[in-house]
Ligand binder design. Sequence first.
Ligand SMILES: Cc1ncc(COP(=O)(O)O)c(C=O)c1O
Length: 342
Amino acid sequence: MALIHGGQLQQVAKQFNIAPENWLDLSTGIAPFSYPIPDIPEKSYQELPQSSHDLETAAKHYYDANSLLVTNGSQAIIKLLPTLWSEQNSHSTTVYLPEQGYKEHALAWQTAGFTLCWYQDELPAFTEIKKNSVLVIINPNNPTGQLYNRSILINYQEKLAKCNSLLVIDEAFIDVIKPSQSMTNTINNSNNTLILRSFGKFFGLAGIRIGFLIGEETWLEKFREHLGAWQVNGPAQYIAGKALVDKRWQKQQQQNLKTLSARLRAVLAENVPFEFTTTISGTDLFQTVYFKEGIDVEHYYVALCQQGVYVRLTDDKRALRFGLAKVEQLERLANALASINN
Ligand SMILES: Cc1ncc(COP(=O)(O)O)c(C=O)c1O
């Protein structure tokens, strides 16, 4: 089964009969400014990609992690994880997942035969968590933006370790939040925690397919074995190696995203009628508007598409998630939203 994601512009453009180049595409949480592509040495294209000591050192520093695996994005790990966990713990049959959140996690566990137990904003109570289970947390959550405090996550980590359970934290959007909230430096000697870090969102380069799995070495070795050689292409490794050490660019990016996120929030608050909405929440990489019960959110989505503005209708059709618009695109978004109200 293929899930619906943002970023499927070709398909939506065809559906609404508007040429792809005429769209304002705000359907993903990928930064609208990307790390500038450096001059890439020809050998990065010519040679088979080897693991790069420089890239690993840069990544360990950026992510504050002692051991990590360079992957071709979090997605590859999300898909493989249930099989590897089942090999390690054959008694494990239950996974706790956020009801709202990136649905590829649920699909992977379901495909591997696990029973899915959903939690809403509150994490499942300690007393409810079964032995030999898995808890998946997306922190901050996409699309709600909810952030679980690190001290709470550490309590869960300890509790799960005592009952042979696995903690999976997907930190795809955490780069825009204080580094001290990340759990990446808690995995020393803890083989019950895996953390996923996406490179593409904050650095605005989702197309190069690179990401990082942070976990204890025995876990990384299992993934290495299953994934096999040459997972991450040479140019992607080269670009990420430069981006991860470029503190100046990272700081500028943080500021730009913060400014654009505030501008986006203001446009949404001004142009979606207050009486239709409950909350606007998100991160500095996207903002999600939640609508009151009884409001036809799909109608809003379609009305935006008809004007060539592509956003993400959440799976439960209760909300619209908006990726960041560049300053010069905000007026078009505001006009499109305002025209729906009139
Ligand atoms: C929460 C979350 N995790 C993981 C991913 C996958 O990211 P990637 O494979 O590009 O690292 C996404 C993609 O949108 C996401 O939203």
